[in-house]
Design a protein around this ligand. Structure first.
Ligand SMILES: Nc1nc2c(ncn2[C@@H]2O[C@H](COP(=O)(O)OP(=O)(O)OP(=O)(O)O)[C@@H](O)[C@H]2O)c(=O)[nH]1
Ligand SMILES: [Mg+2]
Length: 373
């Protein structure tokens, strides 16, 4: 996917917000293995009903697409079906909005049947209005002959009906799965020698980098051994105590998460139910880190995992202090309440050993708990 990003600047939006929002969007593009070839901004308080951005901007966009050989335009906004259709017609490129991208990421990450269905449901619900739009498009394009007009209408209607049928089927199945899950959980194999750890946190907190760092430092690590597992899972071996720590990355939290995607998002986090320990990774250099931390905690509560052991990992301390001697752990721990907290820099490798030891401690503890119970 070769993308051009389009950001809209409204009166209330500060330049900094616009930039942050677009770079977050660029991150989403990367997450679906796309590349960003260009960015376009427009000042506009009221979107154009037919093309969202103004006519002149659309022309500029078309030129940029041709110049960069892009095939996709990603809008940092939610477009109406009419706007999508029109822009696609003019630019000959695929048009996506923020929700489309997030849905693509979710569908890549969804692993369980429930998560997959939840994402499919959200995708269909997002697509339905566009199919209505297509129905209209087919009719107006064919226009003339009665015969073809009838056929066009029929195809559109069949599509709508098929989607609606699928939606109600999925909803029924999700109900069924919900009931079964409680039973299944009781039977899940609990290997005392494997500690399952999940990394959670806001997007860009450094989860994926930390996963690499934590597992790379161990010479026993080979991702290939776990080829059947999701690629986002890696492990640390502690051969001296006969333990393995299995660490799973999760989808990051994003700003402006469309409300209709919340269920699907929470479904991608479902595997957290299996976790023995949660590492909440936070970018301590982000001025809004407390707010973001609370947003993540809210979600953890909603998916009923807030009673699990959790360690707060305050990352990127290298952006605030010049060397590890300046790390004042006590100060930060005060800010995160009574939870176990470790301040690290993944990039510089500061305190990674400390975190490693915490994982080791929990791996040992799991055994004790299992033997005891
Ligand atoms: N300065 C500094 N940068 C870091 C550190 N850890 C990670 N980063 C950078 O932060 C950015 C985001 O890191 P990721 O690991 O992709 O973040 P993530 O939490 O996986 O993000 P999502 O997958 O979007 O949820 C990257 O550019 C990293 O290089 C750190 O300790 N210090
Ligand atoms: Mg990541």
């Amino acid at each position: 996917m070769r993308c051009i990003l389009v950001g809209i600047k409204t009166k209330e939006k500060k330049d900094k917000e616009l930039k942050q929002s677009l770079s977050e969007l660029e991150g989403l593009v990367e997450a679906v293995e796309g590349v960003t070839l260009g960015k376009l901004y427009q000042k506009k308080d009221i979107p154009d009903p037919s093309t969202f951005i103004g006519k002149g901007k659309v022309k500029q966009l078309k030129e940029l697409i041709e110049g960069t050989k892009a095939d996709t335009v990603v809008f940092d906004a939610d477009l109406t079906p009419v706007q999508i259709t029109n822009i696609e017609k003019i630019t000959q490129a695929n048009v996506l909005d923020r929700t489309d991208l997030i849905l693509q990421i979710f569908s890549q990450r969804a692993k369980t049947r429930q998560a997959k269905l939840q994402v499919e449901l959200a995708t269909l619900q997002h697509e339905l209005p566009r199919v209505y739009g297509q129905k209209g498009k087919a009719l107006s394009r064919i226009g003339g002959g009665m015969k073809t007009k009838g056929a066009g209408e029929k195809i559109g209607e069949i599509k709508v009906r098929t989607i609606k049928d699928r939606i109600s089927k999925i909803k029924k199945e999700l109900e069924k799965i919900k009931k079964q899950r409680y039973q299944q959980r009781k039977w899940r194999n609990k290997d005392p020698n494997i500690l399952k750890v999940s990394l959670v946190g806001y997007t860009n907190a450094g989860k994926s980098t930390l996963l690499k760092k934590l597992t790379k430092r161990d010479t026993f690590v080979s991702d290939q051994l776990f080829a059947t597992l999701d690629t986002k899972t890696s492990y640390i071996a502690f051969p001296d105590i006969g333990k393995k720590v299995l660490i799973t990355d999760t989808v990051g939290f994003v700003k402006n998460m469309p409300k209709e995607l919340m269920d699907a998002f929470m479904a991608t986090l479902e595997e957290l139910e299996d976790a023995d320990l949660i590492l909440h990774v936070i970018d301590i250099s982000d001025e809004n880190w407390v707010e973001k931390m609370e947003a993540v905690e809210d979600i953890l509560k909603k998916i009923n995992v807030s009673d699990k052991p959790l360690v707060v990992v305050l990352n990127k301390i290298d952006k605030l202090v010049p060397s590890p001697e300046y790390i004042e752990e006590a100060d930060h721990t005060m800010l995160t309440g009574d939870r176990e907290t470790v301040v690290i820099s993944t990039e510089k490798g500061w305190n990674i050993d400390k975190l490693h030891n915490i994982l080791r401690k929990y791996a040992l503890r799991k055994d004790t708990v299992s033997v005891g119970g």
